[in-house]
Design a protein around this ligand. Structure first.
Ligand code: 4NP
Length: 155
């Protein structure tokens, strides 16, 4: 079993989107029993909350269901569990590096390292308009394909 954790700040916009999109791609490739998907936030503000309704609506238009997800905070214990811990931006990554035990042997990095595009970070859509949520989906879909290709080579 390969375990993948997506991490943003609040775990209500970007990482739940990545969780829902990647989970859907894993399911449609028949790999649900080989790849476990989860998400978390570096901050605790929204713990227990469902994803932002704007993220849920934008994802639903593309056929992804985020409604069952609930926010939780990323923990040091996640490093004992997850093979891939993928941050949405460099601030999330810096916060995760501060939490990472020295002996972690998995992959901690930026999610968009798995996409072919110019952008390195998934921008926080929380304070912007609907276009930000569409942009998050575009970036997440591209990186999800790249990530699945890499993991499939290891299965
Ligand atoms: P996320 O977006 O990190 O993509 O879930 C945010 C959600 C909430 C806040 C910031 C970013 N906030 O400040 O409450």
């Amino acid at each position: 079993m390969i375990k993948v954790l997506f991490v943003c700040l609040g775990n209500i916009c970007r990482s739940p989107t990545a969780d829902g999109v990647f989970r859907s791609i894993v399911e449609s490739n028949g790999l649900s029993s080989s790849i476990l998907v989860d998400s978390a936030g570096t901050a605790a503000y929204h713990v227990g909350n469902p994803p932002d309704p704007r993220s849920v609506a934008a994802a639903k238009k593309r056929g992804y269901d985020l409604s069952a997800l609930r926010a939780r905070q990323a923990l040091e214990a996640d490093f004992a569990e997850f093979d891939y811990i993928l941050a949405m931006d460099s601030e999330n990554l810096a916060n995760l590096k501060a939490l990472m035990p020295d002996e972690y042997s998995g992959h901690l990095g930026l999610f968009l390292d798995f996409a072919q595009g110019q952008e390195l970070e998934v921008p926080d859509p929380y304070y912007g308009g609907d276009r930000g949520f569409e942009h998050v989906l575009d970036l997440v879909e591209a990186a999800s394909e790249g990530l699945l290709n890499q993991i499939q080579r290891k299965l």
